[in-house]
Ligand binder design. Structure first.
Ligand SMILES: Nc1ncnc2c1ncn2[C@@H]1O[C@H](COP(=O)(O)OP(=O)(O)O)[C@@H](O)[C@H]1O
Ligand SMILES: [Mg+2]
Length: 293
């Protein structure tokens, strides 16, 4: 079997494979401890349903000789939406955002129990891991972190009812092929709620998280991301009289804060400090059209 490595962030091995002229992608767990998590992610992908977006078909799964869980899936010969944002025709951005939002608003917004307690215990655990982390890693803006924790603790999370959700809907986990969208890299997140997917999209278009490793984001991409962001915010504001946009920004705040304990490098810490400050300001002002970068 011929293979070629594809790059991701999770530490799992992702290989483009060719066997007897059959081409597929194999994803192999990063460790035995991660096996069950990857299995849960595959289940999410296998059961994914949407009228608007697709997910690669699961072909096979098994255990390697090293005891690592793996699965094979259909290869989507396209580009990630993160890459596509360099060169997409500006007029096509609205169509992509609409497809994503049609999917997200169709599967979600069902009523359900208030899970504020679960969010508060998550935030409490985060407070503890942050205080440990800050003693070893320098550079965090403690003032902004403490303010964020206070804002998150004071928030009611009752609108975050459970619903189907991708779990890590960054532009890097969406493939575009012939104008069709495919979700890959489903995540077993701590909680499934459509607002968390929206906040991951906001994380990319507001904070440009998916592009953090790039030295400089070219002007073409910046313009396209700004157009994407404005259309996305408009679409979110258009649902149910605009009540969800604030919630999506609270979720973004939580999302950014949760990155710190995994962060070691100074550049990302500075990035997080700056972005948290911006999002706090947006929430304070209640004006969700973006700050100047
Ligand atoms: N089914 C697929 N078809 C085509 N490319 C894929 C497929 N699955 C993954 N890739 C490519 O491999 C990269 C890493 O895969 P991903 O599952 O996102 O790994 P990670 O969990 O490490 O982020 C993706 O960004 C994409 O470019
Ligand atoms: Mg990925």
């Amino acid at each position: 079997m011929r293979t070629k490595a594809l790059n991701g962030h999770s530490g799992c091995k992702v290989l483009l494979c060719e066997n007897d002229a059959r081409v597929f992608v194999r994803k192999i767990s990063s460790s035995r401890d991660y096996n069950t998590r990857l299995q849960t992610q595959v289940n999410k992908q296998a059961h994914f349903e949407s009228r608007f977006v697709n997910a690669p078909r699961i072909i096979n799964s098994g255990i390697t000789d090293d005891g690592l869980y793996y699965f094979d899936m259909e290869y989507i010969r396209g580009v990630t939406l993160a890459e596509y944002m360099h060169r997409i025709e500006i007029g096509k951005i609205r169509g992509i955002v609409s497809e994503l939002m049609s999917h997200i608003s169709e599967v979600n917004r069902k009523s359900g129990p208030d899970r504020t307690d679960m969010f508060l215990s998550k935030i409490n655990a985060l407070r503890q891991s942050l205080s440990l982390w800050m003693t070893v890693i320098p550079g965090a803006d403690m003032q902004v972190i403490n303010r964020t924790l206070a804002v998150l603790e004071a928030h009611s999370w009752k609108n975050f009812t459970q619903s189907s959700c991708h779990g890590d809907l960054t532009l890097e986990n969406i493939i575009v092929r012939d104008g069709e969208l495919y979700f890959i890299d489903f995540l077993d997140s701590f909680y499934d709620c459509w607002l968390l997917d929206i906040s991951t999209l906001l994380q990319d278009v507001y904070t440009m998280w998916a592009y953090r490793d790039w030295n400089a984001i070219d002007i073409n991409t910046q313009i396209r991301l700004a157009v994407f962001r404005d259309i996305l915010v408009d679409e979110i504001c258009g649902i149910d009289g605009g009540m969800w946009i604030i919630e999506a920004f609270y979720a973004l705040l939580l999302k950014l804060l949760r990155i710190y304990p995994y962060t070691r490098d100074e550049k990302t810490i500075r990035f997080l400090n700056a972005k948290l400050t911006e999002v706090l300001l947006l929430l304070e002002k209640g004006d969700f059209m973006p700050c100047e970068r």
